[in-house]
Design a binder for this molecule. Sequence first.
Ligand code: HEM
Ligand code: FPP
Length: 308
Amino acid sequence: MANVNVLTSLQAEGAAWRDYLGLCKLKVVALIVFTAVVGMFMATPGLVPLDALVFGSLGIGMAAASAAALNHLVDHKVDACMARTQNRPLPTGHLNPRNCLYFALALGSAGLAMLWLLVNPLTAVLTFLSLIGYAVIYTLYLKRATPQNIVIGGAAGAAPPVLGWTAVTGQVDPHALLLFLIVFVWTPPHFWALAIHRRSEYAKVNIPMLPVTHGVDFTRVQVLLYTVLLVAVSVLPYATHMSGLLYLTGALGLGGGFLYHALRLMRTDAAAMPAFGYSILYLMGIFALLLLDHHLPGLWLTLNGLAG
Ligand code: HEM
Ligand SMILES: CC(C)=CCC/C(C)=C/CC/C(C)=C/COP(=O)(O)OP(=O)(O)O
C-alpha cells in the first residue's frame, strides 16, 4: 500500500513538472534563445566565449520563461474562456496562481542573477526590461488597451538578439538594432495571421485585437504591408555589409514565401494558419542564414585545415 502511495505521489510530481514546463512556452522560448544565440555569434568575427554562450543563453531563456509564466498568471481568467488556451495549467486547476507566481519569480530571479554575475550587468538590465515589457506592459496593460498592443509589445520579443549581442560585447551596436528591427517588423504578420483565425475568441473575451476592432479585411492589408516592410528590412544586413550574398539570396527567397502567404490571405481566411506557421519557419530561416553567412568562411577554413 505504501508503495502504491509513493508511486501515485511520484506520478503526481511528474505531472506537476509537466505543468510547470507548460507555463514556460518552451517552443517560443526556444526560438527566442536561438535569436539571442545568433545575436551572440554576429557580435564577433571569431568564436563566442563559452561563458557568454552558456550563461547568456540560459539566463535569457530563464527570464523569457519567467515572463511567459507571468503571462499565464495574469491571463488565467481569459485563457479559461478561449478554446486555444483553456487547457493550460492554471485554467485546468492543475497549478494554482500562487505556485505559478513563486515559480515565475524564482526562475526570473535566477536567470537575471546569472546574467548579472556571470555575463554582464547591461545584459541583465536589458533582459529585465524585456521581461517587464512582456509580462507587465504588454500582458497587463497593452493587450487590453489598444489594437496596437502587439506592435508595441513586440519590442520585448524583438530584444533577444540585442541581449545576445550585449552578452558578448557589453555594448549595444547599430547592427544589433537591425536584428531587433527584423523581429519587430515580423511580429505583426506573425500574430495577426493567427488573430484572424481566432478573432471570434478574442471578441468573446473583449480583447481588442486588430481583426476584432478594425475587421478582418483591414487586418489582411496590414499583414501584407508589414510583410512588404519586413522583406525590405531583411535586406538591411546585406546593405550595411553585415551579411553577404548567401544571406541576401536566402532572405529574399524566404521573403518571397512570406509574400505568397500574405497575398493568399488577401483572398481566403484558409490561408491564415499556414501564414502563421510559415512566419515561424521564416524567422528561424532568417536567423539561421545570418549565422551561416557570417561563419561559413571560418567553418570552411577550419574544415580545410583539418582535412589538409
Ligand atoms: C508580441 C509579440 C508576440 C505575440 C503577440 C505572439 C503571439 C503568439 C501566439 C498567440 C501564439 C500561440 C499560437 C497557439 O497557441 O497555437 C504564438 C506562437 C508562437 N510564437 Fe509568437 N508571438 C509574439 C512574439 C514571438 C516571438 C518574439 C517569437 C520568437 C522569437 C515567437 C515565436 C513563436 C513560436 C515558435 C510559436 C509556436 C509555439 C507552439 O507551437 O507552441 N513569437 N505566438
Ligand atoms: C527576453 C525576454 C524576457 C523576453 C520575453 C519575451 C517573450 C516571452 C515573448 C513571448 C511572446 C508571446 C508568446 C506573446 C503572446 O502572448 P499572448 O498573451 O498574446 O498569447 P497567448 O494568448 O498565447 O498567451
